[in-house]
Design a binder for this molecule. Structure first.
Ligand code: G3I
Length: 588
């Protein structure tokens, strides 16, 4: 009897032994964890894999309000205790989940007769009772869970405002942390949340970061941030995740990956393809590697471990196969990839973290890649950055060289930055590269640098700004009253119009890198000519225009006579280089 029941386990454990992530994890100083469902602990295969392969467990639902506190004053610890007892028996750690912010709240909490002060008493009593019950056995708690919306505002909810516990903003979060700390001063207290991109730099994670900064500065007992990581195979921004782990651990906080799963489209129960399983494995590997770069990232935990039991097919119909072991507890590529990450030294060298290439640098006007010119305004498709748009504003007349933790350097000279957001930076190539035939360009965000890339430097790389910022169509062209020239405001022969341009190169008098100088009049050193409708147009002035934005100039030209009404092509030539084709000006 014993033999026949044990055989499947032994085979399984032997099978999984090739890659022993639990041991590898412990050697690397992280816990390998999983959510568990108490009702499966009696299943021998489930229990055997759990006990042999994981060092940490977290009840998937059993410590949530509806289960643990089903009626006023009534606590039901049986299911939670079953998990904790299993863990203690097998030398595993337990994370408790969750004291606020879960969707499984009991109906009695919605009693319309409850007042904020009554609710405050209930929450304090709940946290105190539950945390004390598990003190010494649950080492970490998700005190707070999913409090923020994607835009970084606090989500409405029972504790905040319906009816709320009578304190504004993050006040309920602070009280919850203080009550949990009082109930078990040794417990590690976490804020836990999710995000479509894993947990990169987004308005939501910016808000979490600010909350954490605020709490730490005021001595509120917050010890860590849980990153849930319910993602798709294409969905995680690893540089964003790394930047977020870095800034949180730099605050002194612990970070844990708490609920990872990588859902795959599963059509007609056919299961995921080999390619999909490989791309899933890559995501598990990369998230594990990201965590392993940081000593304060202390756990890699999945939301279940076998595809036999997962919340995904119910919550995301048409998706499944999200976990590292298949429905028969056999290792998938994801299982081995986690082991690979645990077995390898961190792949990213801190000095060279982001991978960038020359194709990510575009002329801000033409949107073309290639050579750059001194003073040219560039659009850089950055691999990471702040969640919300940050605009540079000049200090003592100069645009900043660092914006929201970002820097772009050209041969070591920091570029003035006009604006930045996760995904792009608008930077101006410094005039200091004028004598160079190429420039080594490097990006840095929150202390993580990219590889340097080499961009050829030319005297001029002119690009016309366009009204739609696409590099084609109607030019960003103004009349003498600074109104946009367009189909409804066409220019006529003899009119003075101003073409917006970048990349004209150095000039006389010389421009100063980053300096904001409205109406600075200058002469480009490269010979300048303009045609409209193919006809040469007389140049009246070249200046920086009313905005005085570094890298953006205006060429004032007179519209030549004899050009048919409609959209006439505009072209600017500086030395040997011309602006892009397909830019037009509306003429009447
Ligand atoms: O147990 C009842 C059962 O008695 C009843 O017949 C059945 C009918 O609906 O529902 C069962 O409860 C379900 C429970 O899971 C247990 O299976 C709930 O309806 C269902 O809503 C609940 O879903 C859980 C969900 O949180 C909501 O609390 C998922 O299992 C659980 O994986 C999920 O976990 C959350 C984390 O707590 C926080 N982060 C996101 C994560 C995924 O949503």
């Amino acid at each position: 009897m014993f033999r026949s029941r044990m055989w499947p386990f032994l085979l399984l454990v032997i099978n999984l032994k090739g890659a022993d992530p639990r041991q590898l994890a412990l050697q690397r100083g992280v816990d390998l964890g999983t959510a568990v469902d108490a009702q499966h602990l009696s299943e021998s295969q489930y229990a055997a894999v759990l006990a042999s392969q994981y060092s940490q467990v977290e009840p998937e639902n059993e410590m949530k309000w509806r289960i643990i506190h089903p009626a006023p004053g009534v606590y039901s610890f049986a299911a939670g205790d079953a998990i904790v007892n299993f863990a203690v028996q097998h030398g595993m750690k337990v994370r408790g989940h969750t004291l606020t912010g879960d969707t499984q709240l009991p109906a009695w909490l919605s009693d319309p007769g409850l007042t904020p002060s009554g609710l405050q008493t209930i929450l304090e009593e709940h946290i105190t009772t539950v945390v004390k019950h598990y003190a010494g056995r649950v080492y970490a708690w998700d005190v707070l869970n999913e409090a923020y919306a994607d835009d970084g505002t606090l989500l409405p909810g029972i504790w905040l405002n319906t009816p709320g516990i009578g304190v504004p903003g993050t006040g309920y979060m602070e009280l919850a942390l203080r009550w949990a700390h009082a109930a078990d001063p040794a417990a590690r207290l976490f804020y836990n949340d999710e995000d479509d991109t894993g947990l990169g730099i987004t308005p939501k994670t910016d808000a979490i970061y600010r909350m954490a900064q605020d709490f730490l500065s005021r001595g509120v007992p917050l010890h860590g941030i849980g990153m849930q990581m319910h993602v798709t195979a294409g969905g995680v921004s690893i540089p964003g995740l790394v930047a977020n782990i870095k800034r949180l651990t730099d605050l002194g906080l612990e970070v844990q990956i708490t609920e990872m799963d990588v859902r795959l489209p599963v059509a007609n129960l056919a299961g995921a393809s080999a390619a999909e399983l490989d791309s899933q494995a890559q995501v598990y590997h990369d998230v594990a590697s990201a965590c392993l770069q940081f000593p304060k990232c202390t756990a890699i935990q999945t939301w279940g471990f076998t595809d036999r039991y997962s919340w995904i097919p119910t919550a995301f119909p048409g998706f499944g196969d999200a976990l590292p072991l298949d429905i028969n507890y056999q290792p998938k590529p994801a299982w081995n990839s986690i082991a690979d990450a645990l077995a390898s030294p961190s792949t990213a060298s801190p000095a060279n973290y982001y991978r960038i290439s020359s194709g990510q640098f575009l002329n801000m006007g033409s949107r073309s890649t290639g050579a750059i010119a001194p003073g040219e305004m560039l659009y850089f498709a950055a691999p990471s950055g702040p969640g919300a748009l940050v605009q540079g504003s000049p200090a003592a007349g100069k645009y900043p060289n660092s914006l929201a933790g970002m820097q772009v350097t050209f041969d070591g000279v920091p570029a003035p930055l006009i604006a930045a957001q996760n995904g792009f930076v608008i930077a101006v190539a410094p005039y200091e590269i004028a004598a160079h035939s190429s420039a080594a360009v490097q990006f840095d965000y929150l202390g993580n640098s990219s590889n340097p890339i080499s961009l050829p430097v030319e005297p001029a790389v002119p690009g016309l700004f366009t009204a739609t910022s696409t590099g084609a169509g109607a030019g960003l062209i103004f009349d003498r009253n600074f109104a946009l020239v367009s189909a409804s405001n066409p220019a006529r022969a003899g009119d003075l119009i101003f073409l917006s341009i970048t990349g004209e190169g150095v000039s006389q008098p010389a421009g100063v890198t980053g300096l904001s100088q409205p109406y600075r009049i200058f002469t480009p050193l490269e010979p300048l000519s303009v045609t409209i409708g193919g006809v040469p147009a007389a140049v009246a002035v070249v200046w920086s225009g009313p905005a005085g934005l570094p890298g953006m100039s205006q060429i004032g030209v007179y519209v030549p006579p004899g050009i048919p009404a409609g959209n006439a092509p505009v072209s600017v030539r500086l030395g040997g280089a011309s602006t892009q084709a397909a830019v037009t000006v509306a003429l009447r």
